[in-house]
Design a protein. Structure first.
Length: 127
């Protein structure tokens, strides 16, 4: 019987506790989500591939926009190889005409020629 407010509160609290403990032992993320994320990554790669092929800057920017939308929607990290292929600020796809790449003091400096934002990336130890 959950007549008094105190009793229902106890029941509520213990339910919460049970839920939390089962969550810890069980699968934290539903496998469905992981499948979705895998598909999302594939799509992001495809979009960037398409962006690299097209000569239309507006279309390339649109591909970047879509890729970022997928990325934020499904909470996947942008793959490392794609992270410096677009401007994080204005979202334009970076190729020869829209970015200037220089090395300076142990860093690669990317200057977006659309919005003049500068991004720096340290050299990787492999190189
Ligand atoms: Zn920019």
């Amino acid at each position: 019987m959950l007549g008094t407010p105190a009793e229902s509160l106890v029941a509520w609290a213990s339910n919460g506790y049970i839920n939390r403990s089962t969550q810890q032992h069980g699968v934290r993320r539903p496998p469905e989500k992981q499948v979705q994320r895998k598909i999302a990554l594939e799509r992001i790669h495809t979009l960037f591939e398409q962006a690299s092929k097209t000569k239309d800057q507006k279309l390339a920017d649109r591909y970047v926009q879509l890729a970022r939308k997928i990325q934020t929607r499904l909470k996947v990290r942008m793959p490392a190889e794609l992270r410096y292929k677009y401007c994080k600020k204005c979202g334009s796809y970076w190729h020869q005409g829209t970015v200037r790449i220089r090395t300076r003091e142990g860093k690669v400096v990317f200057t977006c020629l659309v919005c003049k934002t500068i991004r720096r990336k340290p050299y990787s130890k492999r190189i």
